[in-house]
Design a protein around this ligand. Structure first.
Ligand code: NAD
Length: 490
């Protein structure tokens, strides 16, 4: 590991509070490379006192930052974009080492992160209000958007470079200050990116970085100077943060987990659909909130689809994501691997038929890494655990449907509603699916229907708690309060 600057040049991860890097004094944890089980860094958690210090500093900085004209507030973001581009390779390598995803996926993630910064650079236009003269004789009316204060972001392990940037470029460009608490499992890439943001010239207190788990999050939720919380992670925690945040009078957006259905119609282009399904379900070891985890073949397509899918699944190459030519890396940890295996065992116990079994030995991988092969279960019934719960690993459950109507009913009966894709050559079927489906992000013939930075991102039902989604115009609205001004001059 050869990161260059202060906070990551040793293997001790630092926090950034009141304009200074320091090592937090809380409990100490190891950051593990899931591809080989080696410790790559030590992370000390921040304490409740650190949260208080950071929140006070963020509030103080807010009082002057909100008065900086938006055209000036976005200047550090332009520099940040250039720095991120210069260091993409370095950040992506850190990301692969701490998260396990293969290097091309890590590079793609950093590029997506950069797009967030690009969109936030457009804040002078994005923040504009509406205006109408003479709403009554001699009275003019216009709306303005004002920042809300110190905001906090709590992010998951699976997109450590991208998800924090769904938040702080938008929050800071709109005039707020920000405290980031990245996942304790993957602190290296967000810390390196924070260094670059600070190098870009962000003033003291406007951006701060703290580390830790549950205790730090609870301290953030309870702190009276934190006015808004953006959360991305699993559904139980998202629900808890939404409830508790609201109870403490905060604005909250909380993105949760998923169970995503991929519906394949008999008229689908099978080879293209299969490539998309492989990428969706097994890419990033199934650890994407947009990963396809239930495959729904409609009618007679099931047999040819599954035959080809299993063949191609068995040809996937598993290994250290830093090695060239790998399709899939390890899952995040041995504990998570065990949890996924528990689901595979449950699937078998509940009567599903494994067409390939991820527990089989994968030749050539490091046995100290947390690797798990792909599992495809056929003849899954909607009531089975593997059909209902988020597994967050390379496990695909196949539920056959007799027609599109049955497929739509099945997808709509899920507790989750993050994403779904239909594979079809029929515009009519696609349109009917897009219209009737109760899901937040819907793809047609897509591998991963991930909205880009200038569109909003979030699911429905138990996949999202809140009103305004992540990034796009929703982020501008989330991080601002609207005011209506009416003026009459005599
Ligand atoms: P997680 O819920 O375990 O952790 C997310 C964040 O919450 C971390 O920063 C963690 O420190 C904190 N946290 C953990 N336990 C907590 C507790 N008891 N109280 C308060 N805070 C706590 O999620 P994860 O395992 O890091 O990430 C995977 C999950 O995130 C999956 O469920 C995935 O679907 C979801 N996810 C959703 C989206 C989306 O857009 N909807 C995007 C990415 C990931």
């Amino acid at each position: 590991m050869t990161p260059t600057a202060a906070a990551t040049e040793t293997t001790e991860i630092k926090s950034f509070i009141e304009g200074a890097w320091s090592t937090p004094k809380g409990e100490s944890h190891s950051v593990i490379n899931p591809a080989n089980g080696e410790t790559i860094a030590t992370l000390n958690y921040s304490t409740a006192a650190d949260v208080d210090l950071a929140a006070r500093a963020a509030h103080k900085a807010f009082l002057s930052w909100r008065e900086v004209p938006v055209v000036d507030r976005v200047q550090p973001l332009y520099k940040f974009k250039t720095l991120l581009e210069k260091h993409t390779d370095e950040i992506a390598r850190l990301l692969t080492m701490e998260n396990g995803k293969v290097l091309p996926d890590a590079m793609a993630e950093v590029k997506r992160a950069i797009q967030m910064v690009e969109v936030a650079c457009g804040m002078p236009s994005l923040m504009m209000g509406d205006s109408l003269n003479d709403i009554a004789k001699g009275i003019d009316c216009h709306t303005i958007r004002q920042p809300i204060g110190a905001c906090a972001g709590i992010t998951p392990f699976n997109f450590p470079a991208m998800v924090p940037l769904w938040m702080y470029p938008f929050a800071i460009a709109t005039g707020n200050t920000f405290l980031l608490k990245p996942s304790e499992k993957v602190p290296l890439s967000p810390t390196r990116m924070a260094e670059l943001f600070i190098e870009a010239g962000i003033p003291e207190g406007v951006f701060q970085l703290i580390h830790g788990g549950k205790d730090v999050v609870e301290a953030l939720i309870a702190h009276p100077l934190i006015k808004a919380i953006s959360f991305v992670g699993s559904t139980p925690i998202a629900r808890h943060i939404y409830k508790e945040g609201a109870a403490h009078g905060k604005r909250v957006q909380a993105l949760g987990g998923a169970k995503n259905h991929l519906v394949v119609m008999p008229d689908a282009d099978l080879p293209k659909a299969i490539d998309a399904i492989l990428s969706s379900s097994f890419g990033a070891a199934g650890e994407r909130c947009l990963a396809g985890s239930v495959l729904v073949p409609v009618g007679e397509v099931a047999e040819p689809l599954l035959k080809l899918l299993v063949e191609k699944t068995k040809a996937l190459r598993f290994g250290d994501g830093l090695e060239a030519g790998m399709n899939v890396g390890p899952v995040i940890s041995h504990d998570h691997r065990k949890k996924i295996i528990g689901y595979i065992e449950k699937g078998i116990a509940e009567g599903a038929t494994p067409l390939c079994d991820g527990r089989d030995t994968i030749p050539g991988v490091n046995s100290s890494g947390s690797f798990l092969g792909p599992t495809i279960f056929d003849h899954v019934k909607p009531a089975m655990t593997i059909a209902r719960e988020e597994i967050f690993g390379p496990v695909l459950s196949v539920i056959r449907a007799k027609d599109l109507d049955e497929a739509i009913h099945l997808v709509n009966s899920s507790d989750f509603g993050n994403t779904t894709t239909i594979y079809t050559a029929s515009g009519k079927s696609a349109r009917e699916y897009q219209t009737r489906i109760e899901v937040g992000m819907v793809g047609v013939n897509m591998a991963v229907a991930a909205p880009m930075a200038f569109f909003p991102f979030a699911g429905w039902k138990n996949s999202f708690f809140g009103d305004l989604h992540a990034h796009g115009k929703d982020a501008v609205y989330f991080y601002t309060e609207q005011k209506v001004l009416m003026t009459r001059w005599f």
